[in-house]
Design a protein around this ligand. Structure first.
Ligand code: ASP
Ligand code: MG
Length: 409
């Protein structure tokens, strides 16, 4: 008999009628002879509402209490689903993260899962019950409730699948899989049947929002096959899995974009040891993530340093950098929020030459100027002017033939 973990996101449990639809899908998996563990998110919009509520209660809410509050969204959905399943004649039991226990570190608001105590769940599954677990939450070593960060229910589901040795994990959402690019930007975007863990990680970090990046890291570590599917139809979805030879046949498998970045340049910085550390440490101390970093080669002992930060961090970064730039003797700061990052991703890049030059030529043909470039083993990203984002995505998608299914050899 198989063991399946299914996760349903906020839009899939937005009201009682939709939760009934979820219940029917759960029952179908159970009636195929599987043991079923279901992880649910809060009803759509509920976590946002709770976060706003915390903000209206205190300017800087105490993090421990913030987690007690925002974790309640999922408490509502686990109980509703359990009631509905019982009403449909199935024996089901709900668990909060702290009841499972899903043990995390004590980093409130963005805790990491350390361990899943699975004995209670295993016992329930053996007795034929459907187990329903609240996503997004856990408990630390001191019995404090913790949450895993926005979108964290995916990670709860994969962690449970890994701990229970599930055959696979299904993530049900409002899109029916992972696409070669955003279908809202290009109607020739194609649903991928399979994508490797590494590609999925790069897709997620480059702007695709289908899966929480940490859930993909966990899936890769424990080799959990993950299916991304729609909860509103019965299409087969996309399988996120181990890399295989077939995946390497095409150089590029997806194009993504990110409009949430801003470009920062520290102008005329003295080129000497310790300067970069003095500029970036204040940012990292405030948990501001710096993405692409470019340092020009120096002329007469001075250089420019350019990097990107998330748009939401610009205000805070400006404050910190004004001080740091003065301290290191830089001439000034430039901020540009009218940019976007367009990336191409594919494990096939490792074995295909000329992928970068092709990307640059395609952009050049459209007179799109490249402001920054960064590469990893399986990703090339270019920062361009924001107004060209959609055009760049479409011409790259065409140039790398992403609208065509790979033919069988
Ligand atoms: N409810 C949480 C959020 O909105 C967790 C999740 O949905 O994955 O971020
Ligand atoms: Mg989500």
């Amino acid at each position: 008999m198989g063991l399946v973990v299914q996760k349903y996101g906020g839009t899939s449990v937005a009201d009682v009628e939709k939760i009934r639809n979820v219940a029917r899908k759960v029952i179908r998996a159970k009636e195929k002879g599987n043991s079923v563990v279901v992880v649910v998110s809060a009803m759509a919009g509920e976590t946002d509402r709770l976060i706003r509520l915390a903000g209206s209660a205190a300017e800087k809410p105490v993090w421990r209490e913030y987690d007690v509050l925002v974790s309640t969204g999922e408490q509502v959905t686990v109980s509703l689903l359990a009631m509905i399943l019982a009403d449909m004649g199935h024996s089901a039991k709900s668990y909060l993260g702290s009841q499972v226990k899903i043990i995390t570190d004590g980093d409130h608001g963005k805790a990491r899962i350390l361990k899943v105590e699975k004995n209670g769940i295993s016992r329930d599954l053996k007795s034929g019950k459907i187990v329903i677990v609240a996503g997004f939450q856990g408990v630390d070593g001191k019995e404090n409730i913790t949450t895993l960060g926005r979108g964290g229910s995916d990670t709860s589901a994969v962690a449970l699948a890994a701990a229970l040795g599930a055959d696979y994990c299904e993530i049900y959402t409002d899109v029916d899989g992972v696409y070669t690019t955003d279908p809202n930007v290009y109607d020739r975007a194609r649903k991928m049947t399979r994508v490797s863990y590494d590609e999925m990680l790069e897709l997620a970090s480059a702007g695709a929002k289908v899966l929480h990046p940490r859930s993909v890291e966990l899936a890769k570590k424990y080799e959990v096959p993950v299916y991304v599917k729609s909860s509103f139809n019965d299409e087969s979805g996309t399988l996120v899995t181990k890399e295989d030879k077939e995946m390497e046949r095409e150089a590029v498998s997806g194009v993504t974009y990110d409009k949430n970045q801003a470009k920062v340049t520290v102008v005329h910085v003295p080129d000497m040891p310790g300067v970069a550390a003095r500029l970036f440490t204040p940012l990292s101390d405030q948990n501001i993530i710096v993405d692409m970093i470019i340092q020009n080669s120096s002329i007469d002992g001075y250089t420019d340093l350019t990097f990107t930060v998330s748009k939401k961090d610009v205000g805070e970064a400006r404050k910190l950098l004004e001080k740091a730039a003065k301290d290191v003797g830089a001439q000034g700061l430039l901020f540009d929020e009218n940019i976007s990052k367009v990336s191409i991703i594919g494990v096939g890049m490792r074995s295909h030459a000329g992928v970068a030059s092709k990307m640059f030529s395609v952009l050049a043909r459209e007179y799109i100027n490249i402001l920054m470039i960064s590469t990893s083993e399986i990703k090339i990203s270019c920062v361009i002017e924001a107004k060209y984002t959609e055009l760049a995505v479409r011409v790259l998608h065409d140039a790398f033939g992403l609208d065509k299914e790979i033919g069988k050899i």
